[in-house]
Design a protein around this ligand. Sequence first.
Ligand code: MG
Length: 479
Amino acid sequence: MSAAQMPRTVEGPTPNAPRLFGTDGIRQVVGREITPVFVAEVGSAIATYLRGSGDVLLARDFRTSSEAMARVLTGALLMDGIHVREMGVMPTPCLQFNVRALGAAMGLTVTASHNPTEFNGIKFTDPGGTEIPRTSEEILERTIFQREFVRGTWDHIGELRTDADGVDRYTRSILGHSDTAAIRAAAPVVVLDPGNGTSAVTSPNLLRELGCRVITLNANPDGHFPGRPSEPNEENLWALRKAVVEFGAVVGIAHDGDADRASFVDEHGTYLAGDVTMALFAKHRLRERAAGVVVTSVTSSTLVEDVVRSEGGEIEITRSGSLPVALRMLERRAIFGGEENGGYYWPEHQVARDGPMSSAKMVELLVHSGRPLSELVQELPRYHLSKTKLPVADSRKAPLLARVHTQLEREAERLVTIDGQKAYYSDGWLLVRPSGTEPICRVYAEGRTAARAKELMDHGVELVRREVDWLEETAGRTP
Ligand code: MG
């Protein structure tokens, strides 16, 4: 693939340089961008970058191409002199945990997270267990585009090892940071929906060990995702919402394909928005710890801010994405962090989005409170947050954002531009934010009432459509 064909996004310091990395690793379509040659070159670029500074841990998800991609990566790394420890199939947070636990120089997960079946990709973990920083991504991109690989020699081939204890090591940490005695005494019924993804290897056992009575849905690993699309949103979790009611469970738990995220359904089968779950977790945390910093990103509801302040905590807002949240948490020694997409961070375990750890914490919260999840949710202040996405070509994202900025600057009370354009009005806000991983633009709107949220959303969607049309027309006139 030539540099000209590489996807571009608007994030990062050099918006015009070709990019491979999106918001979280490399993610593309198999057979189109993801070819054997490309995967081998990524492996060689990693070897060049590491230059013998340590081992690589390699894990993968269940996608149809993941084993093949993992083998190509392993082969390239070994040939270029890097020792590889194959960890097998596991969630991304499980691999991240093991990278820190085993002192590896880098962790790689072959996964496309929640993307549709035709996608695959690679997530990169640094020795601290967080994503690698943008500066490292730029070095890897440059190495690949300029083909500046430092090749291995016959007498410096890497060693291949396997490690079968990764899942156990990770599960033990979650159990060690959960009140298993209280959960075992209550023995709650929970329904788990791994969505045919990697939490199928961690979570049925984890939840049983915690003391739950576990019923599973879509717990057969399958890269065709026959049970439901991998994104654990309200629409896709229809079967879980039904099952929770039918089995009289206290909660329904779902994860995305690589299980860095968790979604929850209450005992009536009502889906909890990510912000609501985050506010609940933050409230519980602050009551346990009495004080502390909670970190969230610009895409979160005002609800989180309000709950943290009313519980006597301190709120920190970052750019969207897992690394900005993780880094701010480390910097501020935060007690909890979260993103509205269902990524929650528990620093006593690890500072990374962790779906299985979040499921344990939800069960613990329910057992400690002794009350139904729906009641706990009803006590939170109410906001109406909605989000949608519109198709926008990668090449249109930067000019679109500039035009949206001009318009919103004119009409909003306050504009926050740390990530996308977030416009505050007296009774709500609107955020326009192009995706770093897909050719789409997300629009978020929140209001005190459902009507106001809808009004702001309609306005945002109309604005994006109008500006995209204008850009298309202009491009048509001056090819
Ligand atoms: Mg994911």
